[in-house]
Write a protein that binds this ligand. Structure first.
Ligand SMILES: [Zn+2]
Length: 165
């Protein structure tokens, strides 16, 4: 059995990077939004934390209220407790999260359908459905995105060792 102890400094002795740490928590949040077809939330988080756009500016550009936008930002800050960390994670994960195909389809005004289980749900409850019913899928995508992020960071620090594949 391998003892993963390379995660020093974290309170409570976490198992490793891929367990529920702060990076995982933020990426997982964005992945769930993407799977739920709420890509505008992913965009707003990127615009705010990476491009420094204010909630007032974002409110005019996206179909979201300032209060909703502040709510999403607050969720990220609760998870990271650091603006710098939030920026870093979102900057690194954004393009990979953007590649995720939603599993929720819009059917009619306010009504959506999950293409995995076929359930009809209110669009407002779409990301809740994704997180609760398809948790395993969210975890799978989160780990995939984190691996891509790690690979990129490694290839940047050792540009000559990055082979294709
Ligand atoms: Zn479903």
């Amino acid at each position: 059995m391998r003892k993963g102890s390379d995660n020093k400094g974290e309170a409570g002795g976490r198992k490793g990077v891929l367990s529920k740490g702060r990076v995982y928590s933020v990426v997982s949040y964005m992945v769930a939004k993407a799977l739920a077809g709420r890509m505008e939330v992913v965009d707003v988080l990127y615009e705010h934390f990476v491009k420094d756009a204010s909630p007032s500016v974002l409110e005019r550009r996206y179909p979201l209220t300032k209060m909703q936008i502040r709510g999403y930002m607050q969720r990220i800050m609760e998870k990271t407790r650091s603006r710098t960390l939030a920026r870093l994670i979102i900057e690194r994960s954004y393009k990979h999260v953007k590649n995720i195909k939603p599993i929720i389809r819009h059917v009619q005004e306010g009504l959506c359908r999950c293409i995995i289980c076929g359930d009809d749900i209110f669009c407002d409850a779409a990301d809740e459905h994704v997180r609760n019913v398809h948790r395993a899928l969210v975890d799978e995508y989160t780990i995939a995105v984190m691996k891509l992020m790690a690979r990129e960071i490694l290839s940047e620090s050792h540009p000559h060792e990055s082979g294709g594949g």
